[in-house]
Design a binder for this molecule. Structure first.
Ligand code: GLN
Length: 287
């Protein structure tokens, strides 16, 4: 990582601050996004007012974020938000950053719920809540229970549900099915669990270095959380209900095997926008 150049002396103009960020190695777009965030000025105002001098507080906040970005910290954490399925969601380092790949899982969820009235939906490992809240907003008649083992993650998910008025979402702390009411039955169980193997070198690269390890890896072979979710689903699904999970691009065959062993029917895999096997699902025919 190249050393950070010495910051410009105060006071300095918007133009000087943006030039500094680019010299520090940031793409110009990221520099503008960070300055918009720190100053409250629009992207247009940054251009039309580029010879004005922001306050010392703005200058300091911006330079701090440029330094953090230069060290590799993800933009989503520096801005505190990321778009998913057309809506903005709050994120913090307590949760995984929303990825476009996961839209495949949400679209499939909405497909299987199409003919269900007032469906009961369970999401395991909700993180920032993007899946549960999106389903709840797209299907206002649904009742969505979103769970996570991390209290810090649930706080972010609750905030997103409140900010987006997803009033049909409830939250519970649970280690997968541990705290789920045994008699409850769902039309859909959905999960994007940690599925990266502990020895996968990707965990030490890019954004993943800054994300919560517990949201990324099962600290084992990558399949252990998926195995717990798939094997426990038949006892919680209504007959004809669906289980849909996200997984790694190279785990499709193994995950289909888990579904088949648990007695699921119509076990299929969908690909993400990049053409990679990304989600597997099946329906529970009943005992
Ligand atoms: N799709 C993410 C990645 O590979 C991992 C998400 C997860 O483990 N659930 O970067």
């Amino acid at each position: 990582m190249p050393a950070l150049p010495p910051p410009p002396d105060a006071p300095c103009t918007i133009s000087t601050l943006l030039q500094y960020a680019v010299k520090a190695g940031l793409p110009a777009l990221e520099a503008r996004m960070l300055l918009t965030f720190c100053s409250g000025l629009s992207r247009t105002a940054l251009i039309t007012q580029d010879q004005t001098t922001p306050s010392e507080a703005v200058r300091t906040a911006f330079l701090q974020r440029v330094a953090r970005r230069q060290q590799g910290e993800p933009m989503a954490y520096l801005l505190g938000e990321r778009e998913f399925f057309g809506r903005m969601f709050a994120v913090s380092p307590a949760v995984l950053i929303p990825r476009p790949d996961t839209e495949t899982l949400v679209e499939w969820s909405l497909d299987v719920l199409r003919d269900e009235e007032t469906p009961a939906v369970l999401e395991l490992g909700t993180g920032s809540g993007i899946i549960a809240v999106t389903i709840a907003l797209e299907r206002p008649d649904a009742h969505v229970l979103a769970t996570d083992v991390s209290a810090a993650a649930l706080a972010v998910a609750r905030q997103n549900a409140a900010d987006l008025s997803a009033d049909n979402t409830t939250f519970a702390t649970s280690d997968w099915y541990a705290a789920i009411e045994p008699k409850a039955r769902y039309q859909l169980i959905v999960s994007n669990p940690p599925y990266i193997a502990a020895d996968d070198s990707h965990l030490r690269e890019g954004d993943l270095r800054f994300e919560p390890a517990g949201a990324l890896t099962d600290h084992a072979c990558g399949l252990s959380a998926l195995r717990t979710i798939v094997s426990g689903a038949p006892a919680r699904l209504a007959p004809g209900g669906w289980l849909l999970v996200e997984h790694g691009y190279d785990q499709g065959e193994a995950v289909r095997g888990l579904f088949q062993a648990a007695g699921f029917a119509e076990v299929t895999t969908r690909r993400d926008l990049a053409g990679q096997e990304r989600c597997t699902g099946g329906y529970w025919p009943g005992n």
